[in-house]
Write a protein that binds this ligand. Sequence first.
Ligand SMILES: [Zn+2]
Length: 158
Amino acid sequence: MQPNGPRPNGTPHAGVTCLTNPGASLRGAATGGLLVVMRARVTKDFRFEAAHTLPSLPEGHKCRQMHGHSFKVEISIEGEVDESVGWVYDHKKISEAMAPLLDVLDHAYLNDIEGLESPTIERMAGWFWKKLSPQLPGLAEIVIFETPTARCSFKGEF
Ligand SMILES: [Zn+2]
């Protein structure tokens, strides 16, 4: 299956969402200048294939059986737009932080991975957050799709 969830905010480029903040703050008044600081969110999408079982579910639940998904992960960063380059973040930094994680996850049996012994998408989102937040300042949200219509959004509230 190819997760392809709804994109309520539109997508100007494949896998990249950029939303401006209508409440952009003002700075520099004290020094006589007036500089509008723009805040924005950038998002990068990743995909991987993996198998799992959900052993904590009740006997007879179909998700206790071994099965696989084409997972999609959306990593969002929020921050001020750096006027010198015109962006919040280099998407390459997100890709570099994700690369070693995708190496572990892609075509794996998730239950064998430390921290993912019972890999619901909620627990997967928490796992990603713990791995990524030390490397990605401004990490704002992680969304994981396990099917085109089933996803979990997480903002780091443990
Ligand atoms: Zn599943």
